[in-house]
Design a protein around this ligand. Structure first.
Ligand code: ADP
Ligand code: MG
Length: 565
């Protein structure tokens, strides 16, 4: 039990670091059990992995807050944050040398994601955390370790996991807020909307490195004609802008807040914590940001709908390159998003290839169509909606090329959004401003690629997966660079993707399934058996947060050894 653990730790004092490994095991504390699953081999290795296991009854969280999966996700998220705050508070107030106290838990950002850091089932509440076991040089500091594990830990748990000690109002709000957001996303479908932005939302962020809301920002307000009102399960009613299906063009001068709006919509596929400012910015959950990403690898993607007649007769029906240009990368990103079942594209001129987006009337006159391999997106965006039922929201501030095809044109003017559709349509109809239609009004071919097993290393060093922050996964020695996936928001999602790759390589892959079908199988397994189940570890599963299917497939697409047919 806890007392035995305490004396064990005291006895280890001064011994060689490796002796810590005898701590592995489960210990009974007063209110919980502590499982020490993995002990670090030296002081500089990643911290030791532990779980705190408590009966749900002991924690005392009302069953009414835990009786659906979404509620459990919200409560788990709240408790992970509370546990983390409690750690920081204990470290601040402890009289120990702070350098020795290294307890940490996964640290969520502004989004609420399904995670492995706190898991709640019918009987137990389990918190997964890490602790760096203290040392002086390579000698064990046993007494310090005892004070951390048998002294501080129960305090941390007491403050953050017991219902009677936590901020109950904040917890209820956290759960209600998330349920409202889940409901809103369903409501989008019912109303044929692709996105919703509530009045009074705060869209801009504190800074380029902080995702917290900007103070003193101009709150969002909906153009009058797009205003909708929706009642929420919490009993609240919200009003705000409902963006319908089809093509939505956002225009306006530089620095007026266009990109800020689009970025909020990109994140609207996730639920946000209260006071984020974007908690009522809701986007269809399959929405994909599409950007240019020159230099990326492309493997046999059919981009012929956008690009044809390349020099040297390079075939674009199964286009491969190790070094894509701006336009070919953006075309591939569109086609891959469609393969991943996206039904809403989000495009910002700031991160687009100009020749992919537009070609003005003068250039149309100068360059004969058979000399220009690219059909710009402006010629395909309408058939994309009409043939494939895929909507687009895009920012184009520097050209009127999209006026003809847009279903609505919204102008950002000093952070205020106005509907200028009528004026834009009138200009498009005016003699002298008309432009040639470059499209044959069909979207063109789409090819679903089948994943081949042979692209994945079988075993050994080459098959090891490791993540470096949010934007790089190392597969053996090969880095998969995924900074182009702008809707990936959390390091633990990247971790999860690497675990998913390993899981599916071992268990699922056969040479008959498309990318999308393969992903669906994994997501079904996770749905059925829980996120823990895909982890290669028993006990503490590592810090995993569920990514979307779009980012999982997006990562495979950026894997340079990928093989498909
Ligand atoms: P654009 O894409 O139109 O050039 P941005 O979206 O990049 O403009 O915004 C320009 C600046 O204005 C950014 O620093 C952003 O944080 C700030 N900003 C955007 N929206 C608001 C707002 N509603 N209130 C205050 N500042 C804002
Ligand atoms: Mg911009």
């Amino acid at each position: 039990d806890a007392r035995q653990l305490e004396s064990k730790l005291n006895n280890l004092d001064g011994q060689k670091y490796g002796a810590y490994k005898q701590l592995k095991g489960i210990y009974q504390f007063k209110d919980f059990r502590l499982a020490i699953d993995h002990v670090q081999v030296d002081p500089f290795a990643p911290p030791s992995k532990m779980r705190l296991i408590m009966n749900r009854e002991t924690a005392g969280i009302p069953a009414a807050l835990l009786d659906s999966k979404n509620k459990r996700i919200a409560v788990s998220d709240f408790l992970t944050r509370a546990f983390g705050e409690s750690i920081r508070k204990q470290i601040k107030t402890s009289d120990m040398n702070n350098k020795n106290i290294k307890i940490m838990i996964d640290r969520p950002g502004q989004e609420i994601l399904e995670r492995t850091s706190t898991v709640i089932d019918e009987q137990v509440l389990e918190v997964r955390f890490e602790a760096g076991l203290p040392a002086a040089g390579r000698k064990i500091l046993g007494r310090a370790a005892a004070r951390i594990i048998t002294g501080l830990l129960p305090e941390i748990a007491g403050d953050s996991l017991f219902y009677q000690n936590i901020d109950q109002k904040a917890l209820r709000e956290h759960v209600e807020m998330m349920l409202d957001q889940v409901h809103m996303r369903k409501e989008l479908d019912e109303r044929d909307l692709v996105a919703f932005v509530a009045d009074e939302s705060i869209l801009p962020r504190h800074s380029g490195v902080s995702d917290k809301p900007l103070k003193n920002a101009v709150p969002f307000s909906s153009p009058e004609n797009l205003k909708v009102e929706i009642s929420l399960p919490s009993g609240r009613t919200v009003t705000g802008m409902g963006i319908g299906e089809g093509i939505t063009l956002i225009v306006g001068g530089g620095y007026h807040g266009k990109s800020t709006l689009l970025q909020a919509l990109e994140r609207g596929v996730y639920n946000h914590i209260p006071d984020d400012g974007r908690e009522m910015v809701i986007t269809r959950n399959d929405a994909s940001k599409i950007r240019a990403e020159d230099g990326r690898n492309i493997e046999k993607v059919n981009i012929s709908t956008f690009i044809n007649n390349l020099p040297a007769k390079k075939d674009t029906h199964a286009f491969s390159t190790e070094n894509a240009s701006g336009s070919t990368s953006q075309a591939a990103n569109v086609m891959e998003a469609l393969e991943a079942d996206t039904r809403l594209l989000l495009i910002d001129e700031d991160t687009s290839a100009t020749n992919f987006m537009i070609r003005d009337a003068r250039m149309q006159k100068l360059i004969a169509p058979d000399k220009e391999p690219i059909t710009p997106f402006s010629g395909k965006v309408k058939p994309l909606y009409e043939d494939k039922d895929v909507s687009t929201i895009l920012i184009v501030g520097g050209s009127g090329d999209y006026f003809d095809v847009a279903d609505r044109v919204l102008m950002m003017d000093e952070y205020k959004l106005k509907d200028v559709t009528a004026a834009a349509k009138e200009i498009a109809e005016t003699e002298g401003y008309r432009r040639e239609d470059m499209s044959d009004n069909t979207f063109g071919e789409m090819t679903e690629r089948v994943l081949l097993k042979s692209g994945f290393p079988k075993s050994g060093k080459e098959s090891r997966l490791k993540t470096k922050g949010r934007t790089t996964i190392l597969y053996g020695r090969e880095p998969i660079e995924i900074s182009g996936l702008e809707q990936l928001v959390d390091d633990s999602q990247t971790n999860c993707i690497s675990v998913m790759i390993e899981y599916f390589r071992n268990q699922i892959l056969d040479d008959r399934l498309t990318m999308s079908e393969t992903a669906d199988r994994i997501y079904n397994d996770i749905e059925k058996n829980g996120l823990d189940s895909i982890s290669p570890y028993s006990g503490h599963p590592g810090n995993l947060a569920l990514p979307r299917k779009q980012e999982f497939i997006g990562t495979l697409n950026r894997y340079r050894s990928l093989k498909v047919k």
